[in-house]
Write a protein of this length. Structure first.
Length: 155
């Protein structure tokens, strides 16, 4: 069966340009792509970064939903665009610095894996929302803690 150009793009984006194909810790590999995306967008003024994060989050819902159809599996581990978007959310409340990038990475991965309430229920949402919502929530949790740490001069 021939693959359409749209399907090819969905696979490329959903897998974070192939990071989701990693045989070990594809979610962590996807988050590392998120670090690169964050670095690329860091020169933008905060308001533009905010709109960029909104746009990548919306795109990730669509792409993740389409990728689920292609892979025939709910929240397939190859889909890591949700990690990329969630990591952007985690860094939104602070300046993009080395310590913030590292701390956001650790906090985001902890919350993404742990999925404390209500994140664990968000995966039950239909389609791309079920793939992405818990990661955006993990980004909110991580970003909140990162903001507190940065605001108290711990970072």
């Amino acid at each position: 069966m021939a693959t359409s150009p749209k399907d090819k793009w969905v696979r490329v984006l959903a897998t974070g340009f192939g990071a989701g194909l990693s045989p070990v810790a594809p979610g962590t590999a996807g988050t590392l792509v998120g670090v690169l995306v964050c670095l690329a967008s860091s020169p933008l003024p905060w308001l533009f970064r905010f709109f960029f994060v909104v746009a990548i989050s919306a795109a990730s819902v669509y792409v993740a939903g389409e990728a689920e159809k292609l892979y025939g599996n709910t929240d397939d581990q190859r889909i890591v665009i949700d990690e990329i978007a969630g990591y952007q959310v985690a860094l939104l409340p602070v300046a993009v610095t080395g310590p913030h990038l590292l701390t956001a990475f650790l906090l985001f991965r902890i919350f993404d894996i742990w999925k404390p309430f209500p994140l664990n229920h968000l995966q039950k949402l239909p389609g791309g929302w079920g793939v992405v919502a818990d990661d955006l929530g993990a980004g909110v949790y991580g970003g909140f803690l990162l903001f507190l740490l940065a605001g108290t001069s711990i970072l």
